[in-house]
Write a protein that binds this ligand. Structure first.
Ligand SMILES: *Cc1c(COP(=O)(O)O)cnc(C)c1O
Length: 497
């Protein structure tokens, strides 16, 4: 690209503008016609190889980089924008969020702090989140990369609350005694948080779950009592609102009661389901969450904000600030000038330089409104119930876990050549193959998991673009693939191997 003098700005803004509009048009076309493309298409080796180049030393045209992107990157993304994507818990993103992200990049704001309006945008987001979750004015919040980070930071605030101010200079002199609690269905990031916090994963008690995959509160109470009797310091309970495997919501009220009695920090990992607060039919299922000491969740899942946009909300904002704030000279505050407006977002987390995530999140709420986002959330749950119905009506399919929200775990019931049901081992293998074949077909992209030791095809319906026809396409693809693979097994058996 021809640049102007020594800067990185274009020499010819008019030509640059035209090229920019072409790029915008291309990505709009992509979003408008998502349905006409496969959900996912593995990048062929030629595309991977074609992409590899030595470090460029000279200038080249912006249009060339754009062409490479269109040809070698865009067609081979994971597909979570596509209505047929039901793998893991990925949000779909929106065109509004995309445009806001472009504006944020243009402004190039650093959200660490300082006296600037972008920080006010983040403060407005914090206020909206407080309002949504019924938290007091004194609660604090911070946009972060994702719930993994927010869980980690929540744990650090709880650790600070348990060990006190001296733990910052002195470290974890009493850390070996701290114990934490979560359910067996909790996300891996909870254990990882203990690891990273220097407490060790062995300090995490994984409490058994009931038939609905919810934490067994009586077992939690026993575990806490046993640890206290052994001279340990129970300090952190992480309940899950919407487990990643099956979408179960722990008994939040009962856990809140217990945490209050026991004086233990009550954290909620609400990564995707906390935003169910925006949906009138889901919100009652989340009762008790408003009593949490901290809530971690993502706007990039059910909230449909483009990646990444996680959030940590902490009831005691002062405790939150004292966990992270540092008195570095270059962070010196004034009451006026650019160094005004304390406290800054950087006082509430480990990041100093921070992206303007707040803008795409603010745009999403401002443009769509909480009610419409809530409707999208309700609709994904309705589609999950529809899928559950289709499974119930189909002899060849079996539901493997209760459908609490928007996640459906099921399997194809295969049979051998003489019509007998496959044993669990063969069934697991068959379903794992079905899953990959369906993903490779480009028709739908569910993911896999294990439910009570059985391999399950897992449809997590998160995307606002998904409709009933996409569910039908998934069911049809699983049935057709299952039948075809079974045929393969039978003919192999006939040939004696
Ligand atoms: C997705 C998820 C996480 C991790 O969130 P990231 O944003 O991917 O870091 C944690 N817990 C649960 C329950 C999740 O669904």
């Amino acid at each position: 690209m021809k640049t102007s003098q020594a800067t990185l700005d274009p020499a010819d803004w008019q030509a640059f503008r035209l090229q920019g509009h072409r790029m915008l048009d291309d990505i709009f076309d992509h979003l408008q016609h998502l349905r006409d493309t496969p959900v996912w298409h593995p990048a062929p080796d030629v595309a991977r190889t074609a992409f590899q180049h030595a470090l460029p030393h000279g200038e080249s045209d912006l249009s060339l980089a754009h062409d490479i992107f269109m040809r070698e990157v865009l067609p081979y993304a994971a597909g979570n924008s596509h209505p047929g994507f039901m793998g893991w818990v990925h949000g779909g993103g929106t065109p509004v969020g995309m445009l806001a992200e472009m504006l944020a990049a243009g402004l190039n704001a650093n959200l660490g702090g300082r006296n600037q309006m972008p920080v006010e945008v983040e403060r407005q987001m914090v206020a909206w989140v407080r309002e949504l979750f019924g938290f007091p004015e004194t609660a604090s919040g911070l946009l972060v990369t994702g719930t993994s980070m927010a869980n980690f930071m929540g744990l650090l605030v709880a650790r600070f609350a348990a060990l006190g101010e001296s733990s910052r200079p002195e470290g974890l002199t009493d850390g070996h005694r701290l114990t934490a609690y979560t359910s067996a269905g909790a996300h891996l990031s909870i254990a990882q948080a203990l690891d990273m916090a220097g407490l060790g994963t062995a300090a995490l008690r994984k409490i058994a779950v009931d038939e609905q995959h919810r934490m067994d509160v009586a077992a939690l109470e026993r575990a806490i009592a046993a640890d206290r009797a052994a001279g340990l310091m129970p300090f952190f309970i992480a309940a899950t609102a919407g487990t990643v495997d099956v979408g179960a919501i722990d008994p939040l009220e009962a856990i809140a009661d217990l945490a209050q009695r026991e004086q233990i920090w009550f954290h909620v990992d609400g990564a995707y389901a906390a935003l169910g607060k925006m949906a009138p039919d889901i919100a009652p299922l989340l009762l008790g969450m408003e009593r949490a000491d901290s809530i971690a969740f993502d706007f990039h899942k059910w909230g449909q904000v483009p990646y990444d946009a996680g959030f940590l909300l902490v009831r005691d904002g002062e405790l939150h600030r004292r966990t992270f704030s540092s008195p570095a000279a270059y962070l010196h505050r004034e009451t006026r000038g650019l160094a005004g407006g304390s406290p800054w977002p950087c006082d509430f987390g480990p990041d100093l330089s921070r992206s303007f995530r707040a803008l795409k999140t603010w745009f999403t709420l401002q443009v769509y409104g909480a009610d419409k986002l809530g409707q999208v959330i309700s609709h994904t749950c309705e589609l999950a119930r529809y899928l559950r119905g289709r499974i119930a009506d189909t002899a060849r399919l079996e539901l493997l876990a209760p459908v609490a929200l928007n996640i459906v775990c099921f399997r194809y019931l295969g049979a051998d050549a003489s019509g007998r049901a496959l044993d669990d081992f063969s069934s697991d293998r068959l379903n794992a193959e079905i899953l990959i074949a369906v993903q490779e077909s480009g028709i739908a992209a569910p993911s896999g998991t294990h439910v009570k030791g059985r391999f399950a095809i897992r449809a997590a319906i998160v995307n606002h673009r998904t409709v009933a026809a996409d569910i039908d396409a998934l069911v049809d693809a699983v049935l057709a693939t299952g039948a075809a693979l079974e045929q393969g097994i039978h003919s192999k058996a006939e040939h004696g191997n």
